[in-house]
Design a protein around this ligand. Sequence first.
Ligand SMILES: C[S@@+](CC[C@H](N)C(=O)[O-])C[C@H]1O[C@@H](n2cnc3c(N)ncnc32)[C@H](O)[C@@H]1O
Length: 358
Amino acid sequence: MKQAASIDAERFQSYAKLVFGALTGALTAAMVWLGDRLGLYRALADSGPATSEELATRTGLSERWLREWLQQQGAAGLLEHHGTGRFGLSPEGVAVLADEAHPAFGVGFFSSLPQTMALLEPLLESFRTGLGLPYDALGEEGARSIERGTAPWFRALLVPLVVPRLGLRDALERGMLVADLGCGSGHALAALAKAFPRSEFHGYELSRHALARANENRNAEALGNLRFHDVSSEPLPDDGRFGLVLTLDVLHDMTDPAGAARTVRRAIRSDGTWLVCEIKSYPSYEENVARNPMAAMMYGTSVLTCMSSALSEPGGAGLGTLGLHADLLRGFVEQAGFSRFEVLDFGHPVNAFYAIRP
Ligand SMILES: C[S@@+](CC[C@H](N)C(=O)[O-])C[C@H]1O[C@@H](n2cnc3c(N)ncnc32)[C@H](O)[C@@H]1O
């Protein structure tokens, strides 16, 4: 090892804090997973602040384990300490950690934490071979986690804001064909299918776990105007039948996003609309870091899931979570034969939206 230059005591302290702050984050994330899975946030949200004894009575769980968990969550700043061992959620905490109907609900993204971390071992091999893993490597919980993570966003945005902004409300009310490529568990299409019963909705997915979940959700809600297709055996039709095509947080995960743009072009009507939702990102690393306060989290997500998926076939594009910025997307869609490209701003902190038309 090369001899280190002399160490500055102050900088050393803050650097060590940074490193152990990362470990704190990882362990706090594990505690969030436990709190969600054990229903502890919901118990605190429903019945207010509690001591470990009170929380044990409410949940039937072991007091000693709850006491340690409450103290960790208090020390991490996720729970408020009201004195004498009583901890509770702030209203903001309820929105992010307990209320699945709130657009800011964020715990969904923690749901597959154990499965995601279990990929670290197989990913050692990916660093050697260059080949990544598809979403199905995360098992059933991967699909559930994406659904719980992204559904609150799209429920809040799609029907109330995006459809009117695209000027498609009347056409959807009259009846049109809609496709969602990379539909995951189909929650976005399900919201649209409920709102527009005269239209017909088709989801296309690669992941068998996501497809199983999508069909389960569709059957539970008895949505007769919604169908899902395994894209490996039933690809998006190429006869220009769809009035609206969605790709929601999916193009950067694909091994061939430029090819997907060509596929969408063949599938869409000449007066149709392609709604793209992508993670907000910028052409340079410097800009991504300066403009995105969650850049470190997203580059990590990229290695563990997004870039890995986009490299899961030889020759994959491997764009990564922050790799599909507006200029690159515009290039793909122009080459695919689209001529209109509009950036839509719904004030979302993470996602950028684009309306693309032939
Ligand atoms: C981040 S998830 C987003 C899912 C969904 N659109 C949502 O917003 O919840 C990305 C999805 O894209 C799917 N995917 C990746 N490549 C695909 C391809 N070539 N065709 C169809 N789906 C694909 C993955 O299986 C995964 O379910």
